[in-house]
Write a protein that binds this ligand. Structure first.
Ligand code: ENO
Ligand code: FE2
Length: 456
């Protein structure tokens, strides 16, 4: 299956690499078994592909277009529990025979990071041409962790490279799928019911990654934005209409010191370029840089930087078409969410805002779901006047690794395009209380994780 390439006449000069779409996000963890089991039983992802060798374990999980690849962090001897792992993630195959591969390369499509704690460290993108991307990026002075490398199986060829970003341990793998006809990536075996058998999940309708948020040290936002702009043509995405071009969206009061700046990747349509392989209906994923500001004391971005031991991916927003039902199903399965102060739902303004959006404060309170109305935008063209408000609903899980680092967010957008700026104070207080509680009394915090709320 060969696809045509865009007819772009341009030299390498001043040229960025066009990203077609986000392909998957990689997690590197010490206990693959635990994360695999959580992704399946709690977050309702499906195991779709595996790569098991004597040197590596890589498992791919999918929900809609959101794909996580979980790799074992090289901490201890490897040739062990692969069989058990697969049985945990896919109980129907328990007792099946051994299934090992000959290719010994550790961490295909990635590098094996020597990171001291569990981490989400690779965002893999599809591009149209890896060799050309390599030339463009080399020209821009980029350093590569893996130069263009081709992997092959019975379904065709796949070329990839891995580049290091300027955000801590975050890397980007660029893959070119145009000569590959298999469901996932060469080197992986299909697992479970396979890639494409997904039935619509009406209870947990997660469709894609909505945004990826980096936690970064003070005064690093501009350098990061420049890097993504130069290499991948990222453009600034204004979170708020009143946001300052240089400053980003800043909250710097009442103990909260945070700068948020968002970027979106090159939209080919904006430049009049048509990439035939890109499904234009597929939504894209934004990138948010969260930088902590010094005046208000230590905060959750600082906690991430300390516990993760470097800047990196702090959280990922999973887009859902129905947050109430998704949060309910996940909570039933054992996912722990942060709850805002109880007063959040009874405050007159918020209560009215929630009711006017057609939701019940009690129902949102049940799972700690926050609602943020976009006050600046006019009515959406698709809505009638009675539902002309644009808002979003979001809820945050507690950190999913042992350290207070990475967490997931569920987000349902009803026309609003921001990241819940109005909710940050409520969220911030609940996270802060959780972290303080956990630090002062780790054992008690562990047992009380489920029902945590704080006073406003
Ligand atoms: O920007 C985002 O993605 C948000 O969801 C807002 C946010 C950013 C960083 C935090 O530590 C907490 C909330
Ligand atoms: Fe977020």
């Amino acid at each position: 299956m060969f696809r045509t390439r865009p007819l772009v006449k341009a030299s390498l000069e001043n040229m960025a690499v066009f990203l077609s779409r986000l392909h998957h996000v990689s997690l590197h963890v010490s206990n693959v078994e635990k994360i695999a089991s959580d992704l399946v039983s709690k977050f309702k992802f499906r195991l779709v592909a595996t790569r098991l060798t004597d040197r590596s374990t890589q498992l791919a999980f999918r929900k809609g277009a959101a794909v996580f690849v979980v790799s074992e962090r090289p901490t201890h001897s490897h040739a062990r529990m692969n069989e058990r792992l697969l049985d945990v993630a896919d109980p129907r195959r328990a007792g099946a025979g051994k299934h090992r591969q000959g290719n010994p390369t550790a961490c295909l499509y990635d590098v094996s990071p020597c990171h001291p704690v569990d981490t989400v460290s690779n965002v893999c993108f599809e591009v149209e041409d890896v060799e050309r991307s390599f030339k463009v990026l080399s020209h821009l002075g980029c350093s590569f962790l893996v130069p263009p490398t081709t992997v092959q199986d019975e379904n065709g060829l796949m070329t990839y490279l891995v580049v290091r970003s300027v955000v801590g341990n975050v890397c980007h793998t660029l893959i070119d799928r145009t000569r590959y006809d298999g469901p996932f990536l060469p080197g992986f075996d299909v697992a479970g019911k396979g890639w494409s058998s997904e039935e619509e999940d009406v209870t947990c309708p997660i469709t894609h990654f909505d945004h990826i948020t980096y936690a970064t040290p003070r005064k690093t936002t501009h350098q990061i934005m420049r890097w993504y702009e130069k290499l991948f043509g990222f453009q600034r995405f204004f979170i708020d209409r009143d946001e300052d071009m240089d400053e980003g969206f800043v909250i710097n009061q009442e103990g909260i010191g945070l700068r948020l700046t968002a970027m979106e990747y090159w939209k080919c349509s904006k430049a009049g370029i048509i990439l035939p392989s890109v499904d234009k209906k597929e939504p894209d994923c934004k990138f948010v840089i969260a930088e902590s500001l010094p005046e208000q004391g230590s905060n959750q971005v600082d906690t991430f930087l300390q516990e993760h031991r470097s800047p990196g991916i702090q959280h990922i927003g999973l887009y859902t078409k129905n947050i109430a039902s998704t949060a309910h199903a996940m909570a039933e399965a054992g996912v722990q969410f942060f709850s805002p102060p109880p007063a959040y739902y009874t405050e007159v303004g918020k209560q009215q805002e929630i009711e006017e959006a057609g939701h019940s404060p009690q129902m949102l309170a049940q799972h700690g779901i926050l609602l943020d109305t976009d006050l600046h935008q006019g009515p959406s063209p698709q809505t009638t006047s009675s539902e002309s408000r644009r808002y979003l609903l979001q809820v945050f899980t507690k950190p999913i690794f042992d350290e207070d680092t990475f967490f997931l967010e569920l987000i349902e957008r009803r026309g609003a395009t921001g990241f819940g700026e109005g909710n940050i104070r409520a969220l911030w207080r609940s996270v802060q209380a959780y972290m303080e509680n956990e630090r002062s009394n780790p054992q008690r915090a562990e047992t009380s994780k489920t029902a945590q709320t704080v006073q406003s």
